[in-house]
Every structure is written in C-alpha cells, then in structure tokens.
Design a protein. Structure first.
Length: 131
C-alpha cells in the first residue's frame, strides 16, 4: 500500500485485535481508514480501486484507538465510540469533501457486545453491523 511498514498504528479499540486498515465503499468508491504511528492520528484515504493508490488523503487528529468502528457513506466519515452503558454511539461526522465537522450523539445497541464491523447500505433503511 502507500504507507511504509512501521508507519501504521493499530486501528480502533482493543476489541478489533490489531486491525491496521479498515476498507469501506460508498457511492464515491473505495476508502481506507488507518492509524498513524508517528502522531497517533487517523488517516482517511480515497483509493483508486484497481491499484489501491490514494487519490486523496485526510489526516485527522483523532486517536484511532479511541474509536470502536467507523464507516463512510456519501463522502462523510462517521466515528463510532462506545458509550458509558456499553451501547454504541456515532459521535462525529466529517464531510471529507466539504471539510465540515459535525458532533453527533446517535446511540444504537450493540446487541451481542462484540461488534467488529459496521457498514451502511444506501439501499436499506438501517445500518448493518456484524459480530
């Protein structure tokens, strides 16, 4: 990929067991979310699907280990954190194309307590999560 070995930091909380890259797709194409070891920031990259080379990159001063999951839809990156009661909460939305940040508090249940993937399908009325 486009980052050198050792430059990546584990992504998400310890529940993910050392994930380094989270791939997402949306109406705009293929995306990758990863943690940076140098400064503990989160990097989002819009990738060319055929080569996995970055078209655009955004570096955010968000600790990737503070998140449980994230997903991208319509060019907006959503950060998911664990709430105090063990439920999940979408806490942040960043429109990557407009550089607009919105703080959110959208709670939802983690039915099995061990969610490892969250995805959004624009054809379905609800988000999907997998354990």
């Amino acid at each position: 990929m486009f980052l050198s070995p050792g430059s990546q930091h584990s992504l998400y909380s310890s529940e993910h067991d050392m994930s380094f890259v989270d791939f997402s797709t949306d109406e705009n194409g293929l995306w990758a979310t990863m943690g940076l070891a140098l400064n503990n920031h989160t990097l989002i990259a819009k990738l060319t699907a055929s080569t996995l080379q970055p078209e655009y990159m955004w570096e955010m001063s968000i600790d990737p280990n503070s998140l449980v999951e994230s997903f991208i839809t319509c060019g907006v990156w959503y950060a998911v954190e664990r709430a105090r009661d063990g439920a999940m909460e979408i806490s942040l939305a960043i429109d990557l194309y407009r550089n607009h940040v919105t703080h959110l508090h959208v709670p939802f249940a983690d039915a099995y307590g061990q969610m490892t993937m969250l995805n959004y399908n624009p054809r379905l009325p609800v988000s999907q999560n997998f354990t």
